[in-house]
Write a protein that binds this ligand. Structure first.
Ligand code: ATP
Ligand code: MG
Length: 426
């Protein structure tokens, strides 16, 4: 019996985990400059939470959910996205910040699960980094958070993106537009895909998002939601656009863009990149928007919200080789070679001291000959090699070799750490 990883999952091997660590560190750094703090919520939640927030007819809930009944007969689901859990935590922990620190801003990272057909940039277990800001309805906040997404991508030299934005308006907008859309689509009903025929009755807005080429032709002539914005919604959207202009951020207004999740209103956006990694097809890396009403929907007080989610696997596909090489591990500081059992024992004590000083240090554990130990030091790109033999033990010192200069010296056991630190500083 040979075991294989589940379909649609990936092992992130040590070499690759460097880029993951770099991305997570960059997120932490960039987001904290915008006053976002990290929140960590469970990987599974009550099924109903997702059903409620994403919407029963969303693809996520109707087709992609990893749901299960636990041993206590509770219906649970692995989280398909991050916002629902964060909103649940916000309500449950009463994180309703006092007025003077609103909006309450958090970010998260971690695995998400969707039962999808795996392909490049589409997995069943994938990872997102996302942000949520609670408690402000300001259009400037929308623009600020969008700018943060763009500035984050810039840290990876991803500047060839397309930022698509749209407004879904408020409830009144949606109702008026819903009717106009149904009136427009109904004469085409027979030509729509089966999925869209169903959507026409359940949630016609979703038809705008159809990937079916024939649906897309029909949708191209559909009325624009922007013509149905109420005065308030229009003002909100105009102010978002004004702020993006002020920040010199290029965008394209795409009035046919809707999001797959039911909770959005007002501003929605996607950052798309076309890259050979995606067969030069435009692919969404970051997506988000405003979700006023969701906190209430999940049992909290009326609280506006704005956030986005970013797919890490897709981001990694876009990061160029040069950056990946720059963050590559730069090797060991010190390799300790030994001759004889006593030296081998002493080396453990010395290694312990080196590591406590923050130096990366290691040795051989396979009883290699001296030549083999030096070869290992070389392979691990050790900057310094320490040698301990019988003479060194007697004299309480080591031989220290600077591998960059070839320079060798004797250093006492007691002074080794400070000497290495000094030489490393250069
Ligand atoms: P798509 O239309 O590609 O299915 P989506 O609308 O379902 O995307 P969102 O729910 O908005 O995606 O998730 C935000 C981001 O998470 C996406 O833009 C993408 O980068 C990433 N993402 C979503 N689903 C997957 C997946 N199955 N595998 C890898 N990344 C994903
Ligand atoms: Mg999807």
């Amino acid at each position: 019996m040979r075991y294989q990883k589940p379909k649609g999952t990936a092992d992130i091997l040590p070499e690759e985990s460097l880029i993951w660590q770099f991305i997570e560190k960059t997120a932490q750094e960039v987001f904290s400059t915008y006053r976002f703090s990290e929140i960590r919520t469970p990987i599974f939640e009550q099924y109903e939470l997702f059903q409620r927030s994403s919407g029963e007819t969303s693809d996520i809930v109707s087709k992609e959910m990893y749901d299960f009944v636990d041993k206590g007969d509770r219906k649970m689901a692995l989280r398909p996205e991050g916002t629902a859990g964060v909103v649940r935590a916000y309500v449950e922990n009463k994180l309703f910040a006092p007025e003077y620190v609103k909006p309450y801003k958090v970010w998260y990272k971690g695995p998400m699960f969707r039962y999808e057909r795996p392909q490049s940039g589409r997995q069943r277990q994938f990872h997102q980094i996302g942000v949520e800001a609670f408690g402000s309805n300001s259009p400037e906040l929308d623009a600020d958070v969008i700018a943060m997404a763009i500035n984050f991508l810039a840290k990876f030299e991803i500047t060839n993106y397309k930022l698509a934005i749209n407004s879904l308006g408020d409830k009144q907008t949606r109702e008026a537009y819903h009717q106009a859309l149904v009136d427009y689509l109904t004469p085409f009903e027979d030509s729509l895909s089966d999925d869209s025929k169903r959507r026409l009755h359940e949630n016609p807005l979703r038809i705008l998002d159809s990937k079916d080429p024939d649906d897309q032709k029909i949708v191209a002539g559909a009325p624009s939601i922007l013509d149905y914005l109420t005065d308030d919604s229009k003002e909100h959207f105009d102010r978002v656009i004004k702020s993006l202009d002020d920040l010199n951020i290029n965008y394209e207004i795409d009035s046919n863009m809707v999001r797959g999740l039911d909770y959005y209103n007002h501003t929605i956006f996607e950052v798309m990149v076309s890259d050979p990694a995606f067969g030069n097809k435009e692919t969404t890396v970051i997506a988000g928007g405003r979700y006023n009403g969701l906190v209430e929907e999940l049992g909290g007080p009326e609280t506006p919200g704005f956030g986005f989610g970013m797919g890490i696997e897709r981001l990694i596909l876009l990061i160029n080789q040069q950056i990946k090489e720059e963050i590559a591990d730069d090797g060991l500081d010190v390799f300790v070679t030994t001759i004889g059992q006593s030296a081998s024992e002493k080396s453990l004590v010395i290694l312990n001291q080196l590591r406590q000083a923050g130096l990366k240090a290691d040795r051989d554990y396979l009883d290699k000959k001296v030549k083999g130990q030096f070869k290992m030091a070389d392979n691990l790109q050790a900057k310094f090699v320490v040698t301990i033999g019988e003479d060194e033990l007697v004299n309480q010192q080591v031989q220290l070799k600077n591998m960059a200069t070839g320079e060798q010296m004797h250093v006492s056991f007691d002074e080794l750490v400070s000497k290495v630190l000094e030489l490393k500083r250069g």
